[in-house]
Every structure is written in C-alpha cells, then in structure tokens.
Ligand binder design. Structure first.
Ligand code: HEM
Length: 515
C-alpha cells in the first residue's frame, strides 16, 4: 500500500513548507490578478490580447528573434493584424510571466494621449532611469517631472535659431566629407559609415568645441567606444530582468574611454570664470554648447551626463536619415536631378548655402520629410504609466472605446508601424503614389493628418534638436549635390532595417558618386 499524504509529509519534511509557499504564491498571484482585473475594467477594459503560452515567453522569444534578424517591422505588423481587433487592429496587449501586462499601440489617438494630452500620466519611469544610469545619468533622456523639466530648460536655449543657423560647423566637416564620398569617379563607398563619422565630428565640435575627427582618423578610440557602449546598452534594455547575463566589460571600458576624452574639455571650460564665460558668449568666438551649459551649472556630473545625452540624440539620428535618403536617391536619378536643379538655381555650384537658402528649398524639405515618413529614426519607443489611467482607444467590442491602463504598465508605441499604415493616407492616385513608395513629390499636394507623422515625437517632450537636425541634413545634402550630379546604387538588395535604438540600414549604404 502507498504512503498517505500525512505519511509523505513526515517522510520528506521539506515538502510541506515548499508546497505551502507555492500555494501562497499562486493564491497571491490570483488575488492580485483579480484586483488588477477589476481596476482595468473600471478604467475602460482591455484591448485585444495576444495570448502566448507559457508565460508569454514564445512571444518574447519571437520579438527578440525578429530584432536579431532585422524583421521587427514585419513581426509587429503581423501581430497587430493577426491578434488585433478587426475594426481597429493597432492596439494589442500581452502578459509576461503572467503578472506583467504590456500594451503595444500604433494608434495615433493613443500616441497623442501618451505624448501630449495625458503627458503627466506617462513617463520614462524609474526602471528606464536605472537601466540607462551608467551611460546617461540623470540627464534629459532618463528623467521625468521636475528633473526632466530642469534639463529641458538647461538645454533648450542652446537650440534657438541663432545657434542653429550658425552653419560654420557643418561647413568645416562637409569640406572633409564631400571628397571622401568619391575618392575616384564611380568608386563604391559605404555612405552610411561616412555619414556616421561626419555627424559624430560635427556633433562633438558643436557641443564641445573639439571634433573627434573620425572622418580623418577612422580608427579613433572615441567612436568605437561610443558605438560599443550603445550596443551593450541596447542589449541591457532588451534583456530586462535577465540583464545580469550580459557581459558589460567592454561597456565599462567604453564609458572610460569616452570620459577620458570628455572630462579634460569640461575641466578646461570650468577653469573659465563666470565673467569670462559671459564675455565669450558675447563675442561668440569659439562659444559652444558646453560653454553655455557651464554658465548655468558647474556640476561636472550634470555637464557630462547632459553632453553625452545630446551627443547620443543628435548623432546617429541624423546619420541614419542621411543614409536612408541617399539609399533612395541612388535608385531615383530623376529625384536627384530635380533636387540638383532646385539647389543650383538658388545657391549655385560652389557658394555655401545660408540658413535662408536652406529654408527656401522646398523640394529638398519634401525629400527629407519623405525619408522620415518611411524611416522614423526612433521606430519603437515606450512610456510607463505613472498612475492608473485610461487611453482613448483599444477597448470595447470594436477596439475604438477607451482602455484601462494601470500604474507601472509599459506602453510601447511605434511611429514606424503607424507611419506605414495604409489607412492613414489618401487613396492612391496620380498625385499620391502608394504609401510604401519613396515619393517626395507627394508632399507638394498633401499634409499629414495631426499625429500621423511624428518622427520627432510630439508634445512637451518633442525633439529639442529638430531644427538643428533638419538644418544639418539639408546643409549636407546641398554641399553633396552641388558637387555630384549622380548617385548610383551598388547593392543588389535593399539594406535590412536594423532597429536597435535607431532605425539603421544594416550593412551600410553602398553607392557611387559621380561629378
Ligand atoms: C533626424 C534627426 C532626429 C530625429 C528623427 C530625432 C527624434 C527624436 C525623438 C523621436 C525624440 C523623443 C525621444 C523620447 O522622448 O523617447 C527625440 C528627443 C530628443 N532629441 Fe532628437 N532627433 C533627431 C535629431 C536630434 C539632434 C540633432 C539633437 C541634438 C543635437 C537631438 C536632441 C534631442 C534631445 C535632447 C531629446 C530629448 C528631449 C526630451 O526628452 O525633452 N535630436 N528626438
């Protein structure tokens, strides 16, 4: 005869406490879930749920695999289409490890709520701050509320028109970039790699008054260290609770290399007295972002963190936009020739363009807008609910009613999926080519509906460097197309869309330039 339950407990005394803990844990989960459920229902209910057994792990595995193979766009689109509500598929939710609810949206109404109308209900959250702390400290990127507001007030004045319209920094680096694009007529170059080095040089020059000079010295330690830190940071962000498994040796080495370069420049600036800084500001001679920051704060950590944050924000974003744009230009000689005609008519073949020239080049603006429509450079983003709240869409039988979101719920939003949604565009016509086609001319007859075009985000946290970025991209393009009349694609396939922090052409953009 077998042992009774009581006998078994006597034979293995450990079984009892383990079973008790397990039962308590399950009971706690069930009670928490019921409480959560009641609150969600009271706030508006759920959106369509993507079930994935067990514990949401297959779905997370799929998302990680999609990232690894550069198929994020098709993965997320498939999930919205397959699991979303039929009448409005662009809101779905899933559960991770049973207790963590994650909402994903590509619905303009919800994105508007998260970024603008319900701005105070959402933020980056403490976990984001913690995950990014070694790299970006308590800077504009990693804080909410009062701390974010202080950073924003510190940084915003550096991007007023006067500073942005000073084109000298772009000119001196464009002088190095333009010949490198064509070492020999028809020679294949990786334009993306050159754009990354160019924007790093221009950004360090603008921010610190010293360029890392990576166009001239491709092996410079700073740029490798910066790239490595970003690579590991992105892995840490994705790994979440499993981040202890990631080897961070090169991450910490990279941070050290970056600081070894930045700190002496900060020290030199801090040796200037407030009066000297003020005098420098008036003459404008060699006056940089760092000088300006140093006149508000002399805290070394604040200076370092804000500098690195703006460097991160400003560098890859602009390089990626230029890269995708020149990829498409290399396939569309008619667009290059139209751009060139516009540029030569206004600026001529040699003259440096002025800020006013750049603003008047309408077809060039349309080409940049079109690039950012198809390639919003921050393709996937996330905000944390800072309190129990309701989003306007996703709930109800048709998915168009409000949805409840509890404090601590991460809400992922994707400008990439949203800006490629067919239903937000007019029907295809002579004036409006298919929405997946690269067609700058569509902007001559069309303006996007509010909140359907948000490459720079929107609301109070809109990109602070938007004008700087648009000016840099326009300036660089003018200088390139003044010199070269033709760009030829030297790739058999379109580069994959690598979305880590930014949307990057994987493997580069291999093209040839001709005078
Ligand atoms: C095409 C180029 C660019 C694009 C598409 C872009 C896009 C964005 C986006 C989507 C955000 C919001 C991120 C978030 O809150 O999660 C952002 C924020 C920011 N961007 Fe840009 N950006 C570009 C260039 C630049 C440049 C050149 C700079 C500075 C030199 C810059 C500085 C910033 C800063 C400081 C923030 C943080 C704003 C805040 O949180 O208040 N960006 N950018």
């Amino acid at each position: 005869m077998g042992l009774s339950l009581v006998d078994q407990f006597h034979a293995h005394p450990i079984i009892f406490p383990v079973t008790a803990i397990f039962v308590l844990w399950i009971t706690r989960l069930i009670v928490l879930r019921l409480v959560q459920e009641r609150k969600i229902q009271a706030l508006g209910g759920h959106c369509a749920t993507r079930h994935s057994f067990p514990f949401g792990l297959p779905f997370v595995y799929g998302a990680v695999q999609a990232g690894r193979t550069y198929k994020d766009f098709s993965f997320w689109l498939h999930n919205f289409n397959k699991f979303g509500n039929r009448s409005n598929p662009y809101n779905i939710e899933f559960r991770l490890l049973s207790s963590i609810r994650i909402v994903q949206t590509a619905d303009p109404e919800n994105i508007k709520a998260i970024l603008a109308t319900q701005f105070h209900d959402f933020g980056k959250g403490d976990k984001f701050n913690e995950d990014f702390h070694d790299f970006l400290g308590d800077s504009i990127f990693t804080t909410d509320g009062q701390r974010w507001q202080e950073s924003r007030q510190l940084i915003r004045p550096q991007f007023i028109k006067d500073r942005v319209s000073d084109l000298q920094t772009f000119e001196s680096h464009a002088q190095i970039l333009v010949p490198l694009l064509c070492p020999k007529s028809g020679h294949t170059v990786d334009a993306a790699s050159l754009f990354f080095r160019y924007t790093l040089d221009a950004a360090t020059d603008f921010l610190l008054g010293e360029s890392v000079d990576s166009l001239r010295n491709p092996t410079v330690r700073f740029s490798h260290a910066f790239a490595e830190v970003q690579r590991i940071q992105s892995q840490l962000g994705r790994a979440g609770p499993m981040k202890f498994m990631i080897n961070t040796k090169t991450f910490h080495e990279g941070l050290k290399v970056m600081d070894e370069w930045i700190q002496p420049i900060i020290e030199r600036t801090l040796r200037l007295s407030p009066e000297e800084l003020e005098k420098k500001g008036k003459t404008d001679e060699g006056y940089t972002f760092l000088h300006s920051l140093a006149s508000y704060t002399r805290d070394r950590t604040v200076l370092r963190d804000q500098l690195v944050a703006v460097l991160l924000a400003g560098r890859d974003t602009t390089a990626c936009t230029l890269s995708w744009m020149f990829y498409h230009l290399s396939l569309q000689p008619q667009t290059v020739s139209r751009l060139r005609t516009e540029i030569l008519d206004r600026v001529g073949t040699n003259t440096e363009p002025t800020y006013e020239d750049l603003k008047s080049l309408k077809f060039l603006s349309a080409t940049i807008n079109e690039t950012l429509r198809l390639y919003p450079i921050v393709p996937f983003n996330v905000r944390m609910a800072l309190k129990d709240t309701t989003l306007p869409r996703g709930g109800g039988p048709d998915g168009n009613q409000p949805m409840g979101v509890l404090k601590g719920t991460p809400v992922g939003y994707s400008p990439l999926i949203m800006q490629r949604r067919e239903d937000i565009y007019p029907p295809v016509s002579e004036k409006f080519p298919h929405h997946m086609e690269f067609a700058p001319e569509r902007w001559e007859h069309w303006t996007p509906k509010a909140w359907t075009y948000i490459p720079f985000n929107g609301g109070p946290r809109i990109c602070v460097g938007q004008q700087f970025a648009l000016t840099e991209i326009a300036y660089t393009t003018v200088r390139i197309l003044q010199k070269y009349s033709r760009v030829e694609c030297r790739m058999d396939e379109k580069p994959s869309e690598q979305s880590e922090i930014v949307l990057q052409p994987h493997g580069g953009v291999h093209v040839a330039f001709f005078e």
